[in-house]
Design a protein around this ligand. Sequence first.
Ligand code: SIN
Length: 279
Amino acid sequence: MGIDIEPTGAAVGAFVNDLQLGDVDAPTGVDLLEALGEHGVLFFRDQDLTPEAHITFAETLGEIDVNVFFAPNDTYPKIAEVRTRPENTYVIGEAWHTDHSYETAPALGSILVARQLPSRGGDTAFSSMYAAFDALSDGLKETLRGMRAVHSSHEAFGIGVAKMPESERAERFQDEFPINPDVVHPVIISHPISGRPVLYVNRSFTTRFEGWTERESRPLLEFLFEHGSSVEFTYRFSWEPGSVAIWDNRCTWHKALNDYRGETRLMHRITLKGCPIAA
Ligand code: SIN
């Protein structure tokens, strides 16, 4: 592989050194996707990536999946803005989640570029769902392998955003939301690139197990949400001007830390289309 990869030393993530994302060609894009399947998240420092170059780079890796809930960037509709204003108390993505699991073919990954950072705080935490799966008992692995779970955008976006005061919602979310039908995915999937087993449920979008009520599902889901966020599976990334992170949505969770009250944070996110996932 022609790229310089330096693992974080934690259960998830690696830094890629000496690479400008604006210069990436198709073969290097293939190497990056392979590294992403292995490490879950790739971090890059000192990037000089304009919004145009962000789009071009994303299209080198795959097809762009435009997020239908976030307010788009006015000039670049393929870029979703993840924005916090000084008056906001809620931060987009502050619960552990994986992007777009409510789609039939969940997003492959997301490319997040720092545009404006708070003076301190605003890190993003990542967790490895390979490690979360590996640490389960053989008995629970076997049980979960036979199960499927329902994923829905309705709670987080439909109900959650509708309940927000206008000051939290304005300029961060679309005015109208599509009602997506709920989808069902296996609880344990085989990662499309690495082939490794992954725990595939998340707090923001998984509502219940197929054939179970929400009430019946809650205790086991709560256990899996707590388990997946265990510190030993995580890595916390501190953003600097010029930082970029690319994560694989099939084998990681992430969470934006809400610890910079009164400041602005603006990130540009492009999400890449994925394929249907299977056990
Ligand atoms: C997200 O959940 O996509 C945003 C993560 C972040 O802003 O750190």
